[in-house]
Design a protein around this ligand. Structure first.
Ligand code: ZN
Length: 471
């Protein structure tokens, strides 16, 4: 890598040198992101189409699969990509990525993008995919994370409790760090680590793996009194119901940062009630990076237009307007090692209005959830799963739950409880699924010891055991 290289084609982003070192490179990207967020929607879109033109040019020259598809859509290498041509580029499904894997990798790409590595994702969607990325993708990922830190005004000296947990290997490594302190059930590191340390002189970071009991989790938080808490929404819901049941409060927090699963209004309200702070949520996936960050002024999600081109489309591929819900297609703008063009990530989202904060980055009002969160009726028709998490958690003894469609006649709500439920409570749970779905299915409620997690550690709140061939 040479130090004077200007990597073209990052949308609004330009890197003068990938080799300038992680800290300076991140600061350089971050400074550009600070400016570009105030660009007009048109300026952002124009920059994205410039980038799409370069990316498609590269894809057409180095990947026969894309060459054929782009040609079919009317794209000519060396010429600009237009919205009309783009709308004809076929959607890339998860199963395409899984099945084609190596055939989607570029035969060559600039060495300036750094070494490659493979990101795996999607145990939770049932279709795991592996995507080759470069060091540049890591830098972009970290820079967007720093943008999130800036947007939410993390201050020097503030403490974090990481209860999402870290990988087993990273935990063992942290444990051996001479600066690590042992704490009941977990560890305390002196700072938040990279990349946040390049931006802030943070306070300590407590790490508690998510398999700890709710009692240990609450003791950990009450003792440490952190300003920030990181955890998955499903875990947070359980922790909040535990706090409510025990009459506990935690008022040191300024924000609860969540990852992975969707956040709904009831969870946000419960967080305000018991922790006195907002939930700070984002939308990301390993294979494509950050897609959107929550606006610091509200609950809209701003699309990360500098690093991804994100579309929301209806059943026939038409572009959704504000207020409409559709499938999310995402095109990471910097992945030249394995370009994903119009990749259907597996979620649905509602398109938002332009945000009152003044940022030109488009918005999503909400991420609705996985597209396979549908019950299948005998007729083959599908209806969205819409279970009131809030009502279920009003029964304080419920610790976790999962709805399963067993077959075309039966659905089952499985719950893990802290004590046996009485007849009235069981009746309430049955009513919660019978009311919306009783006319289609026999509804069962069962108490189980534990619920399985996906490979990536997510608790799926809906699982369908119906095979496509049964419909
Ligand atoms: Zn905003």
């Amino acid at each position: 890598m040479t130090t004077s290289t200007c990597i073209e084609g990052l949308g609004n982003l330009r890197l003068n040198a990938l080799s300038m070192g992680q800290g300076p490179a991140l600061k350089s990207i971050l400074a550009q992101l600070e400016r570009s967020q105030w660009s007009s929607p048109k300026e952002l879109r124009d920059a994205q189409y410039e980038q799409l033109s370069r990316l498609c040019d590269h894809a057409a020259k180095t990947i026969p699969f894309h060459a054929q598809r782009l040609k079919g859509a009317g794209f000519v290498t060396g010429r600009a990509m237009t919205p009309e041509i783009w709308s004809r580029v076929p959607i890339l499904n998860r199963s395409d990525v899984r099945d084609l894997e190596e055939k989607l990798q570029a035969s060559s790409y600039s060495e300036e993008l750094g070494r490659t590595w493979t990101a795996s994702s999607g145990g939770s969607t049932g279709i795991p995919v592996r995507v080759v990325k470069t060091e540049l993708d890591v830098l972009i990922w970290q820079a967007v994370h720093l943008r999130e830190i800036l947007w939410n005004r993390v201050l020097d000296g503030e403490e974090m409790a990481n209860m999402r947990g870290i990988s087993k290997d990273a935990y063992l490594k942290s444990k051996e760090d001479p600066l690590a302190l042992k704490e009941e059930g977990g560890l305390v590191m002196p700072d938040w680590g990279a990349p946040v340390k390049f931006l802030r002189r943070t306070g300590s970071m407590g790490i508690l793996q998510p398999d700890q009991s709710l009692a240990v989790q609450s003791d950990f938080l009450l003792k440490r009194q952190p300003q920030h808490l990181l955890m998955r929404p499903a875990g947070l819901r359980l922790l909040l119901s535990y706090f409510r049941e025990k009459g506990l409060r935690l008022m040191s927090l300024r924000g609860v940062w969540t990852v992975s699963e969707c956040v709904d209004d009831s969870l946000r309200e419960e967080c305000w009630a018991l922790f006195g702070c907002p939930i700070i949520s984002n939308y990301s996936a390993n294979e494509v990076g950050y897609m959107a960050l929550q606006c610091p002024g509200g609950t809209n999600y701003h699309v990360m237009s500098e690093s991804v081109y994100l579309e929301v489309v209806g059943a026939n591929g038409e572009t959704c307007r504000p207020g409409e819900i559709g499938r999310v297609l995402v095109t990471p703008l910097h992945n030249y090692a394995m370009p994903l063009l119009r990749y259907q990530v597996g979620d649905e989202a509602e398109v938002g209005e332009p945000c009152a904060c003044g940022r030109g980055l488009p918005t999503l009002k909400q991420i609705v959830g996985r597209t396979q969160d549908y019950l299948t009726l005998k007729s083959g028709e599908k209806i969205r799963v819409n279970l009131s998490h809030y009502r279920i958690c009003l029964i304080g003894a419920v610790r976790e739950f999962q709805l399963i469609q067993k077959n075309l006649e039966t659905i089952e709500l499985r719950v893990v409880t802290s004590r046996p439920l009485d007849g009235e409570e069981l009746g309430k749970l049955r009513e919660l699924i019978e009311k919306p779905y009783g006319k289609h299915f026999t509804c069962l409620v069962s108490i189980v010891e534990r619920l399985p997690r996906s490979q990536s550690g997510k608790l799926l709140q809906f699982v369908s055991e119906v095979l496509p061939t049964q419909v």
